[in-house]
Design a binder for this molecule. Structure first.
Ligand code: ATP
Ligand code: MG
Length: 413
């Protein structure tokens, strides 16, 4: 894309009421727009990064055998009444609305109820299990605190996967595979090193659930971690002696840290299946409730976390896997031959399917470089006088500042 066609503008200042670093930088770089507290729009560059995050998660969910769906946000109260979660006292983040007829509807804050009910139409025998179903879907939550930028918003896309297994053992095998897939996801997005598999309370069916907590001062959560074991416990279970016997962690040697919950995985057991009548007939012909798990990740929260962790005093810094474009092509100087060389390289890259944002605007080198730093695209290709003469281009790595001299042919691979 030519930057002269991008409608968003980089700016020096973020809105005065924006306190979170991730949103300040993303607004300044034109990736997002703030509508109101806890409510943001994704603009072209921001949408590209969010889309790449989603694509990585989708690949890993497909590798687990997940089948992608898209359920509606509008929620029929009935299954929620059956599970006991329709009341605002039980779920304190509900947004609800009313049809013209007067009937109340909910805006989904999660999808256990809707999907469990849906699966009753498709699961009846042990041969129909196990199954894994997931989506990237809009959730609405009336969050009380919304001071963490895009990490805690009142409307957000969640990747939620639900597993449907025959029994606890079959469930556990998938749960462990899902945990490994989560680690791979955060590795691929450049935050693996700081992200800890964290023991949290588990509800009624299993002693523990797992949160994926990324150590970061901007985090709202507190965890206690063991760096060597790459494991942590959260505040809820920190004082539970059993967590130490079952994990082998030593309470005295754990370090306290602020962290961001980027994902979590949860054993639901037969709670929803029993409440909503999701059962199968086993090999002996006996009816059994389906054993379920849920697995969430917030792509927007992950994007905010990457910004909190990797950005520097000049602006955003994206790992290549989620950079809106792989390259930022910047021409410096207004001579015709510089523009011609840059135009040609841009067209060549387009033809070869190499992702590039081309700063073709008539600004000074200083302005272009400052803005390029703010946008944080992984590699900057500079076209100046030298490049015109040699057809060799200076390529600057945004994260390290390392400069390489690269011939045109290599840029097209
Ligand atoms: P938290 O304790 O931070 O509110 P949660 O326990 O409510 O999180 P889940 O309901 O398990 O989170 O949601 C799954 C994932 O969705 C979370 O791990 C997080 O990545 C993301 N998420 C949850 N709430 C929000 C939100 N308000 N804004 C953006 N992402 C969110
Ligand atoms: Mg929450």
């Amino acid at each position: 894309m030519r930057q002269s066609q991008l409608f968003t503008k980089a700016r020096r200042e973020a809105p005065a009421d924006e306190v979170a670093k991730n949103a300040q930088l993303l607004i300044r770089a034109g990736y997002i727009n703030k509508e109101m507290a806890g409510v943001y729009d994704y603009l072209p560059l921001g949408l590209r990064t969010l889309t790449k995050i989603i694509a990585i998660i989708r690949e890993e969910m497909n590798a687990l055998g997940g089948a992608e769906v898209l359920l509606t946000t509008l929620q029929d109260p009935q299954p929620w009444q059956e599970s006991g979660r329709w009341s605002d006292e039980v779920v304190d983040v509900w947004f609800k609305t009313v049809l013209k007829s007067g009937t109340e509807l909910g805006l989904a804050n999660t999808h256990e109820e809707a999907l469990t009910r849906l699966m009753t139409e498709h699961v009846s025998s042990y041969k129909d299990l196990p199954r894994y179903v997931y989506q990237f879907q809009t959730k609405f939550r009336n969050e009380i605190r919304a001071k963490s930028g895009i990490m805690r918003t009142r409307e957000f896309i969640m990747k939620d996967l639900y597993s449907f297994s025959r029994d606890a053992e079959e469930h556990q095998a998938f749960y462990d595979k899902a945990a490994t897939a989560y680690e791979r996801i955060f590795d691929r997005m450049g935050i693996g090193e700081q992200t800890y598999r964290t023991f949290a309370s588990g509800g009624s069916f299993s002693k523990y659930s797992h949160e994926f907590q990324t150590v970061c001062d901007a985090g709202e959560d507190t965890i206690y971690l063991d760096k060597e074991a790459k494991l942590a416990v959260n505040k809820e279970v920190y004082d539970d002696p059993e967590v130490y016997t079952s994990t082998g962690l030593d309470k005295a040697s754990l370090t306290e840290a602020k962290a961001i919950e980027v994902g979590n995985i949860f054993t639901l057991g037969t709670k929803y299946a029993e409440a909503l009548g999701l059962a199968y007939t086993d090999a002996e012909g006996k009816p059994q409730p389906v054993f379920m798990g849920s697995y969430g990740i917030g792509p927007g929260r992950v994007m905010g976390t990457i910004v909190e962790l990797l950005s520097d005093d000049k602006g955003l810094v994206w790992p290549e896997s989620v950079s809106p474009y792989a390259h930022h092509l910047v021409s410096v100087g207004k001579d015709e031959d510089i523009t011609k060389t840059a135009d040609e390289l841009y067209e060549d890259m387009q033809t070869h399917g190499v992702e590039v944002l081309y700063d073709d605007r008539g600004l000074s080198a200083g302005q272009k470089f400052a803005e390029s730093d703010l946008l944080g695209i992984t590699k900057r290709i500079v076209v100046g006088r030298d490049a015109v003469a040699t057809d060799i281009f200076e390529v600057v790595d945004r994260a390290s500042g390392a400069v390489a001299k690269v011939p045109r042919a290599e840029l097209l691979r």
